[in-house]
Design a protein around this ligand. Structure first.
Ligand SMILES: [Fe+2]
Length: 511
């Protein structure tokens, strides 16, 4: 029996890794190949020191011959420009390296000289992810990607062998950075509360995903959330820990507050990220807000790839940039702290919407209000929290948070973990979490990305209650009158599994 189990396991793993995702087809058009040749030769020239020196010498002699010694000013300007000219290309290549852009593919994609296909030739659905696309728990949103299939069909039902219900969805796409793919979005409707459903997505006849499952919410139930921010496509420890949690039914929803995948304009990294996240977010809803790394092409990839409340319904910004959602006993505000030029700001539209939204919350039904957005109001280890953005964001929204008793503010952007005591106007309201009369802020931007995590200074403000620098994830359980928040270090099971680094409880806002 053990042999049969091992062979079955190997078969499942083989199917999972081989059949679900096939490699994207590379663009071999003349246009793309010639662009790649040019970029490669530029890279060779500009990363070869001797040649760069030769270029500079040649440019300088050009300056000397064009501007005679009698005109030293012009000659100096010419030589200055020559020196800048030789420095720019190497710094460009260095910049591409920092963005994890493969050369020559990424620059040629950005210049729209190469097509970047989302998926493999056989066109199976991939990158499947769920979302609470409506406050109505009888509805579950699902989104996936194919290379070209335009039909969006979801089959679902109460068992794997009985996927009796069928809905069709719609498709969208975008062409930024040469990306080619079809994004499918559909809503499973008529679901019973608190019930396990099985589903698959595909074209309706010969191309289907694997069968996944999810359990619908029951109104006002206890809910456990995984809390992420600033996690890139290569964050293997955190992703593997979350896969374990989903497999053991230990989390109900994933919240990711911006800096999602770190694709940074190279679109195949979005595809890679979603495929790595599929074993998590094909089973539990994935609720997100935009971060600064999504600002490329005015957030096009973010707006298209997530199917969030307001995207096809009324509500919020209408494009997933900000919205609100209810889950269990909590009203969530998903905020947008970003601008198209990578600065911190809550727009006037968002602030006006926020006030109306907060006003309309029935606190008898939803005793908890949690806001999640990307940039921090408070943190003690980076000036991003004060002069570079925290001051702006606090001046725009902190009063509303206080007036409408927002219990928790969740954010990332700074790569570490820190929880504050209940706060208002940069002042600690109380040094415990019993009926707090201020908002508690949790920085959780430490989920793992190529930029690394940040340490802490020795001098700390009195509102900073606990800090961690290890790569990890938050687990937040919200019950009737208590929230428990845990921070775990992400580690592979071969290293002994995740380690609990922080845990605290808080009760609802005091009178
Ligand atoms: Fe960020």
């Amino acid at each position: 029996n053990i042999h049969i189990m091992i062979i079955s396991l190997i078969k499942i793993l083989f199917l999972f890794f081989v059949c679900v995702y096939s490699d994207p087809i590379p663009d071999t058009s003349d246009k793309c190949l010639s662009c790649q040749d040019q970029v490669k030769s530029l890279e060779y020239i500009w990363t070869n020191a001797t040649t760069v020196e030769e270029i500079l010498n040649n440019l300088n002699s050009e300056c000397k011959s064009t501007f005679p010694i009698t005109n030293p000013m012009k000659r100096q300007v010419c030589e200055g420009l020559a020196s800048i000219f030789v420095q720019i290309p190497p710094s460009l290549f260095k910049g591409m390296d920092d963005l994890a852009w493969p050369i020559p593919e990424a620059p040629c994609a950005l210049l729209m000289q190469c097509q970047m296909n989302c998926c493999g030739e056989s066109d199976p659905p991939e990158q499947v992810h769920l979302s609470l696309a409506s406050d109505d728990y009888s509805v579950m949103g699902v989104s996936w990607v194919t290379l070209s299939s335009k039909r969006s069909i979801v089959q679902y039902g109460l068992s794997e062998s009985s996927l009796t219900k069928i809905v069709s969805g719609d498709t969208t796409t975008y062409r930024a950075s040469g990306w080619v793919g079809t994004i499918h979005r559909a809503k499973m409707t008529g679901l019973e509360y608190g019930t396990k459903y099985y589903y698959r997505v595909g074209n309706g006849y010969d191309s289907w995903s694997d069968i996944f499952y999810f359990t619908t919410m029951t109104p006002f139930q206890d809910v456990t959330y995984a809390v992420l921010a600033d996690m890139d496509f290569d964050s293997s420890n955190t992703i593997s820990n979350l896969i374990d949690l989903v497999s053991s039914d230990s989390i109900d929803v994933v919240i990711h507050s911006g800096d999602i995948s770190y694709a940074d304009g190279y679109e195949p990294h979005w595809d890679l990220f979603f495929n790595r996240m599929q074993p998590i977010v094909a089973y539990v809803p994935y609720m997100v807000t935009p971060g600064n790394h999504e600002f490329w092409f005015n957030f096009t990839s973010y707006k298209k790839r997530f199917y969030l409340p307001g995207v096809l319904d009324e509500g919020g910004s209408g494009d997933g940039m900000y919205y609100s959602w209810n889950c269990g006993k909590t009203h969530f505000i998903a905020g947008n702290s970003e601008t198209a030029i990578d600065t911190a700001n809550f727009s006037t539209n968002f602030i006006n919407w926020l006030e109306n939204d907060l006003k309309s919350v029935d606190r008898e039904l939803y005793p908890w209000v949690v806001a999640h957005f990307h940039r921090p109001f408070y943190c003690s280890n980076s000036n991003a929290c004060t002069t570079k953005g925290g001051n702006t964001l606090r001046s725009e929204a902190e009063q509303l948070f206080y007036d409408y008793k927002v219990n928790i503010g969740l954010y990332g952007h700074v790569h570490s973990y820190e929880r504050t005591y209940p706060l208002y106007n940069s002042t600690t309201v109380q040094f415990n979490y019993e009926n707090p009369q201020g908002t508690v802020y949790i920085l959780q931007g430490g989920s793992g990305n190529r930029e690394g995590n940040d340490g802490y200074p020795t001098e700390l403000p009195d509102w900073s209650s606990h800090r961690e620098s290890a790569v990890g994830y938050g687990i937040m359980t919200i019950k009737d009158s208590i929230i428990t928040f845990d921070y775990y270090e992400s580690r592979l099971s071969s290293d002994g599994g995740p380690i609990l680094l922080d845990s605290f409880d808080m009760t609802t806002w005091g009178n």
